[in-house]
Design a protein around this ligand. Structure first.
Ligand SMILES: Nc1nc2c(ncn2[C@@H]2O[C@H](COP(=O)(O)OP(=O)(O)OP(=O)(O)O)[C@@H](O)[C@H]2O)c(=O)[nH]1
Ligand SMILES: [Mg+2]
Length: 98
């Protein structure tokens, strides 16, 4: 399973460029959408809200997405759930940016 993490506070154009370049490499490695979880980080930054558009585009292409704020700890439960649906055994997660 691949967690593809993107800074969703960036301009939508940059988000797409970054995601597509990562997805190109993953495609070359034969990793399809079903093995990728798209993690949209920095959802606490609401300057330009690209999130609904990105979520819509990528879920239509078969990617599971989850929104988080690593800074505030939001979305960690959803993230763990999404991981544990794919990975056998208990899942622990600790992110500390200090
Ligand atoms: N607001 C906010 N900040 C976060 C979050 N997660 C990480 N950061 C902060 O983001 C910073 C690191 O991200 P960036 O500065 O984008 O780092 P980067 O992507 O390696 O570098 P750039 O190429 O310059 O964007 C750190 O200061 C983190 O504390 C989050 O969920 N919300
Ligand atoms: Mg960045």
């Amino acid at each position: 399973m691949i967690l593809l993490l993107v800074d969703s506070s960036e301009k939508i154009r940059n988000i797409r460029i970054k995601l597509e370049s990562s997805l190109d490499i993953l495609r070359q490695l034969d990793v399809g959408p079903s093995r990728i979880l798209l993690v949209l980080n920095k959802v606490d930054v609401i300057e330009e809200n690209s999130i609904p558009t990105i979520e819509g585009e990528y879920s239509a292409r078969g990617f599971k997405t989850v929104k988080i704020s690593a800074l505030r700890g939001e979305g960690m439960h959803q993230l763990k759930l999404q991981i544990s649906e794919r990975v056998k055994g208990p899942v622990g997660l600790h992110i500390d940016f200090r």
